[in-house]
Design a binder for this molecule. Structure first.
Ligand code: HEM
Ligand code: HEM
Length: 251
């Protein structure tokens, strides 16, 4: 018989399907990211890590109703790394002494910024095509709405940051090359006033993004540490988390 956990839900899960069925209480699992025991698979069947008894692969490419797929995860964490790199270069390069290193830093900043713009456009396209997982069960409605608004604002900032950089570069009259390979056109005429305003906007957008990302990451860690749900782990690289498995109604 399926058993009830402290949260009142019934958690029953067939890890290998067929003859062997494991019934698990949610509270018996403390780890969020435990990997299924591959030895549970009977001879001739795929290991549990590749097949967990559902029709869903453990590491789908496309987003499913329960978890983020590989493409969305990859783009999310890659953009985070590139933004950190941009912050590091952007905040230092203005104070560097004039010379080849400063020119190289500006060139790198612009090229990586254009790369981020392309990745974010790809990410938005993929998001429209692949959709997003359902909200983790039990999330209050206000949190769901706040998260949706925050994500929308983050996407807007991810577009506005490189575009304002492109505008400020165009208004200053400097050429724009992508890693020395492709010449990109100016998207605004040379204009000192516009350059000054775009520079201010570029900087303010950056600090707005920092503030929002801090809130966003804090919310993810809050879910992980206090709500103890799968909001964070289903965005992490790797297989489906145990908690999420347990939360998925099986029968
Ligand atoms: C997500 C992408 C980007 C991020 C996170 C970013 C971040 C930054 C930061 C933190 C600064 C320093 C602001 C300050 O303290 O004054 C900066 C400056 C600058 N950025 Fe970006 N940037 C991005 C994209 C771009 C792009 C695509 C370009 C050009 C095509 C660009 C061109 C510049 C320039 C020219 C400056 C120096 C402005 C000055 O002279 O004060 N940025 N950026
Ligand atoms: C340590 C830093 C970060 C953590 C822990 C984190 C965590 C997460 C998690 C867990 C989700 C999935 C939320 C859900 O399923 O409802 C998510 C989504 C998202 N994150 Fe982050 N994130 C971080 C940094 C960033 C940064 C730097 C950006 C962009 C500037 C960003 C932009 C987004 C966006 C736009 C979504 C929504 C995805 C969508 O609905 O298409 N995140 N993040």
């Amino acid at each position: 018989m399926p058993r009830r956990s402290a949260c009142g839900k019934t958690h029953r899960r067939s890890l290998v399907g067929g003859d062997i069925e494991l019934r698990i209480e949610a509270e018996s699992f403390r780890s969020f990211t435990e990997v299924p025991d591959q030895r549970l698979s009977p001879p001739g069947e795929p290991p549990a890590a590749l097949h967990d008894g559902t029709d869903e692969p453990n590491m789908p490419i496309k987003n499913t109703r329960e978890q983020w797929g590989t493409v969305s995860k990859l783009l999310h964490w890659l953009v985070l790394l590139l933004i950190l790199m941009m912050a590091w270069i952007g905040l230092r390069m203005g104070d560097m002494p004039n010379g080849p290193d400063k020119i190289a830093s500006y060139a790198l900043h612009k090229s990586v910024g254009i790369t981020i713009l392309a990745l974010v456009l790809a990410r938005i396209g993929w998001r429209l095509y692949a959709g997003a997982p359902d909200v983790v069960p039990g999330t209050p409605r206000w949190q769901e709405r706040t998260a949706a608004l925050t994500h929308l604002a983050l996407y807007a900032l991810l577009l506005a940051m490189p575009l304002s950089g492109w505008i400020l570069n165009s208004a200053s009259g400097f050429p724009l090359q992508w890693f020395g390979l492709v010449n990109l056109p100016a998207i605004a005429g040379k204009d000192h006033g516009l350059h000054e305003r775009a520079e201010d906007i570029h900087e303010w957008l950056f600090w707005a993004m920092v503030a929002l990302v801090v809130l966003h990451a804090a919310a993810a860690f809050y879910h992980h540490l206090f709500q103890r749900d799968a909001t964070l782990t289903r965005m992490l690289p790797g297989r489906r988390s145990r908690v999420e498995r347990l939360e998925t109604p099986d029968a």
